[in-house]
Design a protein around this ligand. Structure first.
Ligand code: ADP
Length: 270
């Protein structure tokens, strides 16, 4: 279903972009990265975002993180324009675990910042590490762990303080295909447990469909919402077997065509 014109859901959305635009002054002239982008993200929703390279995905994140300010429009978290960034968890492509802290100490770091008592921090971190099968590695340092283990640690660190919204930017990008599938399944299990609202940015269309409740496709620059598709594949999903599902294959083909259109449009205009 196409619901690009979804009316404002007011108090019902965790995050809302209202006609958000971003223009950069780039020495040689002005570059419009995002134009009139509107989307409402519902509580507990897993929204995935795909688009051609250069369509403004990082800009969208930077606006949320507060590294950039919109040139126009509004971003609302829990209905408020003043975004409390302590309520947002981030998982970036490169896990940024502190090398001088053990895995457990890394997961506890956001809790320390929030003055959670030590015993409570320990209980929470060990619970989360158990959920991603890393309980036995709690006292290891990042350099003693594989890339997949570090990224699992990174994900549970973002969940540990119970944020209202979790933003993930290509978190599985650097991993090999098998590890990626494993982590996708683990992420879906964690998400089912926690019911958190997630925005997940990826260039990988199969991943966007496999994980998302909805997939938002952005146009070539300036990034606008091209379409928003419901993913009517029942949960729990096992990403390893989705290629056998005709709904999945159909969506993959339709969205693949849409993305290809945008990639060639971007190629012509650049
Ligand atoms: P994506 O993450 O989808 O690849 P970006 O958000 O990085 O896209 O970039 C969108 C457009 O905005 C690109 O054309 C990029 O060159 C431009 N852009 C991004 N950041 C800046 C900046 N700080 N100054 C000037 N131009 C920028």
């Amino acid at each position: 279903m196409l619901d690009r014109d979804l009316p404002s859901q007011g108090g019902l959305s965790v995050l809302e972009f209202r006609q958000v635009s971003k223009t950069y002054d780039a020495g040689h002239g002005r570059v419009t990265a995002l134009k009139d982008l509107s989307i409402s993200v519902r509580p507990g929703e897993f929204l995935t975002v795909v688009g051609p390279s250069g369509c403004g995905k990082s800009t969208l994140l930077n606006l949320l993180v507060g590294l950039e300010q919109p040139s126009g429009g509004d971003i609302l978290l829990n209905g408020s324009r003043s975004i409390d960034r302590r309520r947002i968890g981030y998982v970036m492509q490169n896990d940024n675990l502190y090398p001088w802290r053990t895995l457990r100490e890394n997961v506890e770091f956001p809790l320390e910042l929030r003055n959670v008592p030590e015993a409570e921090r320990r209980r929470i971190s060990l619970d989360y590490l158990a959920k991603v099968h890393l309980r036995d590695f709690a006292d290891r340092y990042p350099h003693e762990l594989s890339g997949g283990m570090r990224q699992r640690g990174n994900i549970v660190r973002a969940l540990s303080f119970s944020p209202d919204l979790i933003i993930m930017d290509e978190p599985f990008g650097p991993l090999d295909a098998q590890t990626r599938l494993l982590l996708q399944n683990q992420l879906l299990e964690l998400w089912a447990d926690e019911g958190k609202t997630v925005i997940f940015i990826t260039h990988d269309l199969p991943e966007a469909i496999a994980l998302g409740d909805r997939v938002m496709v952005l146009t070539a620059r300036p990034g606008r919402v091209k379409s928003v598709h419901d993913v009517p594949i029942p949960r729990p999903r096992n990403v390893r077997h989705l290629h056998e599902d005709s709904v999945y294959r159909d969506l993959l083909s339709r969205l693949g065509d849409e993305l290809a259109e945008e990639i060639s449009a971007g190629g012509v205009s650049q």
